[in-house]
Design a protein around this ligand. Structure first.
Ligand SMILES: *Cc1c(COP(=O)(O)O)cnc(C)c1O
Length: 386
């Protein structure tokens, strides 16, 4: 049987896969089992920060693999401790809880916010406000946190205690916090799955200010926006805010599964021994890969991300068939005249892999994509959007 028919027969049908069997790659280039070459403008959904088969990352991961692949969280290991220190020193956060995915990083944030409030104010202050069009994961609780009705059918009963505010409507968000006696507000600074929509800076700073004054925790979901994607290590650093909790995953491991919940001054000691945990959380191999990724996201790379972003925005804004260009850094959404799915197919036929987000075409290229590869990809996208 072919790979495709084996997969269709034995793998649960949760994905509408494209008719491509990917085999190997280097940097932004991917090759399928027929030897066809593609430029990757999706990075496994913002995961492969430095593309695939990156030499430095591969060496870091292999070196750790040859020392110790896994132990339990009953013991200390160097990669976990060093990664936590690196993340804290680069963000100003105080402590990190490691898990395996974005959904789990958000679960930990939700548990932390509720426990913080419970310890300080007792019962009845457990609601978390999230935004409409948000996406926070696929567990029963993070689906409940996701502010899209289409995610709230079929799998009920859902976890209680989430209410949804319109993005960029400060008055409504504050009204919902007060009416529900909320302990936290959780949001993405650029809504990814919801259509690559960057939040208004005034909305974000006003909410941050309100939260700070009223002891409502500010939780920023940087699962997709994090790890250099938007032109800073974490997007919150460009909004001039100090979140109480920051979650990340996707690009953090550079291709291995790891999630992180970063805790600020108010929340660093909320979780105590036994209150939370994960068998694989802080896995040495994943942490060694993540350490390599985070240590390489420096000012030079971030300036390069911004320059590439400006190139994409200037080439595609006003191009024939493209109505709007949204996003931040190398997280870009294109509102197109033609159906986005059709454009994805056309691009793929021409050797460029792009994604969708709602009705938009979404671009998430590797941060180290070469100028030449980017130019080729942008020209193909223009051609297909016409
Ligand atoms: C992808 C994503 C998640 C879920 O991450 P998983 O690793 O798939 O669990 C959560 N929040 C945001 C903003 C995401 O983009």
């Amino acid at each position: 049987m072919s790979i495709t028919s084996l997969d269709n027969t034995y793998v649960a049908s949760t994905y509408g896969r494209f008719q491509v069997e990917l085999d190997h790659g280097k940097g932004a280039k991917l090759f399928d089992t027929n030897g066809k070459e593609y430029i990757d403008m999706g990075t496994g959904i913002a995961v492969n920060v430095f593309g695939v088969c990156d030499n430095e990352w591969n060496s870091a991961v292999k070196a750790q693999l040859d020392k110790l692949a896994h132990t339990s969280n009953l013991y200390y290991t160097e990669p976990c401790a060093k990664l936590a220190e690196l993340l804290c020193s680069k963000t100003g956060m105080k402590k990190v809880f490691f898990s395996n995915s974005g959904a789990e990083a958000n679960e930990c944030a939700i548990k932390t916010a509720r426990r913080y409030s419970f310890n300080k104010y007792g019962e009845g202050r457990s609601t978390i406000v999230t935004l409409k069009q948000s996406f926070h994961g696929r567990t029963v609780t993070t689906l409940a946190a996701t502010g899209q009705d289409s995610f709230h059918t079929e799998f009920g009963p859902f976890t209680e205690g989430f209410v949804y505010a319109e993005a960029n409507n400060t008055a409504e968000a504050i009204r919902l916090i007060e009416e529900n006696n909320a302990c936290a507000i959780m949001m993405e600074l650029v809504q990814g799955e919801g259509g690559v929509m960057k939040l208004d800076e005034n909305f974000v700073t006003d909410i941050a200010d309100y939260c700070n004054k009223n002891d409502v925790l500010l939780v920023i979901d940087e699962v997709q926006t994090g790890n250099g994607r938007t032109g800073s290590l974490y997007a919150f650093q460009q909004f001039g805010i100090t979140p109480d909790i920051v979650t990340t995953a996707k690009g953090l491991g550079g291709g291995l599964p790891i999630g992180a919940t970063m805790l600020g001054a108010k929340t660093e000691n909320v979780l105590t021994p036994g209150s939370h945990g994960s068998t694989f959380g802080g896995n040495p191999v994943c942490c060694a890969g993540a350490y390599n990724i985070i240590s390489r996201i420096d000012d030079k790379l971030l300036a390069d991300v911004k320059a590439k972003s400006e190139y994409i925005f200037s080439e595609l804004s006003g191009a024939k068939g493209i109505k709007t260009v949204s996003g931040m850094g190398l997280m870009v959404g294109l509102e197109t005249e033609k159906d986005a799915k059709g454009i994805v197919t056309l691009c793929r036929e021409k050797g460029v892999l792009v994604l969708t987000a709602k009705t938009k075409v979404r671009l998430l290229p590797p941060l180290n994509i070469t100028a030449e590869e980017l130019e080729t990809a942008v020209n193909v996208i223009k051609e297909c959007a016409k």
